[in-house]
Design a protein around this ligand. Structure first.
Ligand code: KIV
Length: 277
């Protein structure tokens, strides 16, 4: 179904209106076949720059490029018909100026057909977020633990333990909401602070490692499916353990190929004789 040629996916306005109501279900998606499986169950699909670590074996998200995000954004958009799709702007593609952010966000929207972009940053990014939203680019904010800042933050750890840290995250979340973001990811943040921010903001908070107090939850899909086993943070629940299944399947394949059991006759083409007239 479409309205004026536009697929009837959930809009960013629909996600915003879920504030305080039904919890927003969000997962990351990077490829067509996985996005097709996630789409019917999710309100929001995020083509996150976590794909650098999950798909490309990078140590952090800092090396992810706009071209990589574009390719995966297009792959996801080829099959999604229900969820609202957001693509991350990667490190270095929006921090230089609000004009740089607009140029790259417009490219992502036009070339992938997604519904909005996500960028990391609080007070420092408020002017950019206001600039983008005033010009028709829906923005998903991201505060608390910000993986793109790993080199200055000195690693990944939960935040909000000290009052100074909590005050900064509080200011960041308000700045992002006041600037016009339709929702905000709150990552790696202690529960009382996540609860307080969720109560204070007029937009949905989508938590990852930020307790059940948020208006919705996001996980990296490969983490919750047990496909990405490098490291399992405390906030990840494995809803499936697919890695051993893949190992077993590949082991069986190798055994059958080596033993001459695969391919069988049922997988083999024979010459088709033309019917006699
Ligand atoms: O890049 C990503 O996948 C993210 C989510 C984990 C929030 O930013």
């Amino acid at each position: 179904m479409s309205t004026h040629g536009r697929p009837k996916r959930l809009t960013t306005a629909a996600i915003r209106s879920m504030k305080g109501g039904e919890r927003v279900v969000c997962l990351t998606a990077y490829t067509t076949p996985v996005a097709r499986l996630l789409d019917p169950h999710c309100d929001l699909l995020l083509v996150g720059d976590s794909l650098g670590m999950v798909l490309y074996g990078m140590e952090t998200t800092v090396g992810v490029t706009l071209d990589m995000m574009m390719a995966h954004g297009k792959a996801v958009m080829r099959c999604v018909s229900h969820a609202c799709v957001i693509v991350d702007l990667p490190f270095g593609t929006y921090q230089e100026s609000k004009e740089q952010a607009l140029r790259n966000a417009v490219r992502v929207l036009q070339e992938t057909g997604c519904d909005g972009i996500k960028l990391e940053g609080g007070e420092e990014m408020a002017e950019t977020i206001a600039f983008l939203t005033a010009r028709g680019v829906p923005v998903f904010g991201h505060v608390g633990l910000m993986p793109q800042l790993v080199n200055t933050a000195g690693g990944f750890r939960s935040l909000g333990h000290s009052e100074t840290e909590a005050a900064k995250i509080r200011r960041d979340a308000s700045a992002v909401a006041d600037a016009g973001a339709f929702a905000v990811v709150v990552e790696g943040t202690v529960e009382p602070l996540a609860r307080e921010i969720t109560a204070a903001l007029a937009i949905p908070t989508i938590g990852i490692g930020a307790s059940p107090a948020c208006d919705g939850q996001v996980l990296v899909s490969d983490d919750m499916l047990g496909l990405f086993n490098d490291f399992q943070p405390r906030f990840v629940k494995r809803f499936a353990d697919l890695s051993p299944l893949i190992s077993q399947a590949v082991e069986s394949y190798a055994t059958e190929v080596r033993g001459g059991l695969f391919p069988g006759q049922e997988h083999t083409f024979q010459v088709k004789r033309p019917a006699k007239t």
